[in-house]
Design a protein around this ligand. Structure first.
Ligand code: PDD
Length: 305
């Protein structure tokens, strides 16, 4: 492992804090064997985790979606995060919370588990290069599909991302930033780790949850912001062809916020530059972050003694 790279990292395993090089998991952990786990990713602004309670609610929902009743309460997880953050000086951290169904005798039956394991990784956030926001990024349409909702529902943020791993490999092979994943009907769902939006006739459109995608917290926040600002906005299915013909395209996630897309499958979107409406929405999102962080700082003494 590159120690230098993980200098500013810390791991909490079942409540015990350890340096990353000592953070090891059992080979019998079902998260390792089968991807039998759920996870969340959030990040801090000014040392304060952003929308942590919403992430913990989604963690709970993901767990329920795979028949797991979490053995840690949101309060316990929040306390551990608060303790973990005290180890850092950095304003900007990446926080990954994972709960696996646990270790046990090898076998698919969940009844073989000895009890769940909680892992929290804290590490310095590697920001997305500014160039991506200035110039936009490129996407391809992946050949591999997102799971149908009747398989593991993509709205469950599980530790099994193999379809998405294959999809992003296809993107990287073609020199693209990320891949659009379709469902079996040929409609767009999302990218490998972000939700996707198009602007068409000045209306912001993102696929509905029924298309089979993760209900992104950034996506939900932006739907609210767009409605509050009286922008035209809707959740509607669309095909890759409509993406290529859109006025503007962008992807959204906690770690990327609002990232403009200027090329899809080799076709230039709009005039090839990040669109003004995408920028406008991103500005409003940033204002919202400031408001939320300001309120949080008043409520919880996050990293401040
Ligand atoms: N990914 N869709 C997928 C498949 C995702 O994995 C993510 C998040 C999103 C965006 O969700 P949110 O707005 O709540 O971050 C959409 C995280 C960032 C990750 O895996 O690193």
């Amino acid at each position: 492992m590159n120690q230098e790279k993980n200098k500013d990292a810390l791991v909490c395993i079942n409540g015990r804090f350890t340096p990353p090089e000592e953070a090891v998991v059992s080979v019998f952990d079902r998260g390792f064997l089968y991807g039998d786990s759920v996870y969340e990713v959030t990040l801090t602004y000014e040392k304060v985790p952003f929308l942590l309670e919403t992430h913990l609610r989604r963690l709970d929902n993901s767990a329920l979606g795979i028949g797991m009743n979490l053995e840690w309460s949101p309060t316990q997880i929040k306390d551990l995060i608060q303790r973990g953050l005290k180890h850092f000086e950095n304003d900007r951290l990446y926080i990954r919370i994972m709960i696996t169904r646990g270790a046990g005798e090898i076998g698919l039956d969940p009844g073989l588990s000895d009890g769940q394991n909680l892992y929290i990784i804290f590490k310095e956030l590697t920001p997305q290069p500014q160039k991506y926001y200035d110039d936009g990024v490129s996407l391809i349409t992946a050949g591999i599909l997102r799971n149908p909702k009747k398989s593991v529902d993509p709205n469950v943020k599980s530790g099994n991302y193999l379809n998405n791993v294959l999809a992003i490999s296809q993107a990287k092979e073609k020199g693209a930033y990320d891949a659009i994943m379709l469902n079996a009907e040929g409609n767009v769902t999302e990218s490998t780790t972000a939700n996707i939006w198009i602007l068409e006739n000045d209306c912001f459109i993102t696929p509905p949850l029924e298309a089979g995608l993760l209900g992104g917290i950034t996506r939900a926040t932006l739907l609210e912001i767009a409605k509050k600002n009286n922008f035209q906005v809707k959740e509607e299915n669309f095909t890759p062809k409509r993406v290529c013909g859109a006025q503007e395209v962008f992807i959204t996630s906690s770690t990327r916020e609002v990232m403009p897309v200027t090329q899809v499958d080799g076709q230039v979107i709009g005039n090839g530059k990040p669109g003004p409406r995408t920028r406008g929405l991103h500005d409003l999102y940033r204002q919202y972050i400031q408001e939320v962080i300001g309120q949080e700082k008043k409520k919880v003494p996050w990293n401040h003694d």
